[in-house]
Design a protein around this ligand. Structure first.
Ligand SMILES: [Zn+2]
Length: 162
């Protein structure tokens, strides 16, 4: 990781403060800095790739494998260690990347009963390129655990454009 974006720069800090949810040789995950739903996390390529199509072989495999593994890690945290969620947003308060870290913590904790299983429902979103809303030029996937029946990605996109 050699670039100056936040995913390259802050990895060591997140690692030092034990805020990485899951990692393998090719990807790591953290909670979203600006969560949309409880449990919202981000899976990040360890090496500095900008776009999905740059990944090949084991790098691609590691990035994809990190998604269900991250969901399992999130489930464990909600079940056994919700204090870790508070720690993450306290880290943001000390190292602000957002104006409202405590609102973000509240959003993450608004429903402690995060049950990803038995349905293991989730959405994954990857913004590739500026036109698609990619704001950090370092490949990452948004991971949204889902607990209640609701609209999917196509419906969400439809609402954006209609
Ligand atoms: Zn980077």
């Amino acid at each position: 990781m050699k670039s100056t974006d936040i995913f390259c720069v802050l990895y060591n800090n997140w690692k030092r403060d034990d805020l990485v949810l899951f990692e393998n040789d090719h990807a790591y995950s953290i909670f979203s800095v600006t969560p949309v739903t409880p449990g919202h996390a981000i899976v990040i390529a360890k090496e500095h790739f900008e776009r999905l199509e740059e990944l090949r072989g084991v790098a691609l495999e590691g990035f994809i494998d990190a998604m269900p593994s991250t969901l399992a890690a999130i489930q464990r945290i909600y079940d056994e260690d919700p204090e870790k969620i508070v720690q993450f947003y306290q880290f943001l308060k000390k190292n602000p990347l957002t104006d409202s870290p405590l609102d973000s913590a509240k959003r993450m904790l608004q429903d402690r009963n995060l049950r990803i299983k038995p349905d293991c429902a989730y959405n994954i979103g990857i913004n590739v390129g500026g036109y698609a809303g990619q704001s950090v030029n370092h490949l990452h996937a948004q991971l949204f655990p889902r607990r209640e029946k609701g609209p999917g990605i196509v419906t969400a996109m439809e609402r954006l454009f209609n």
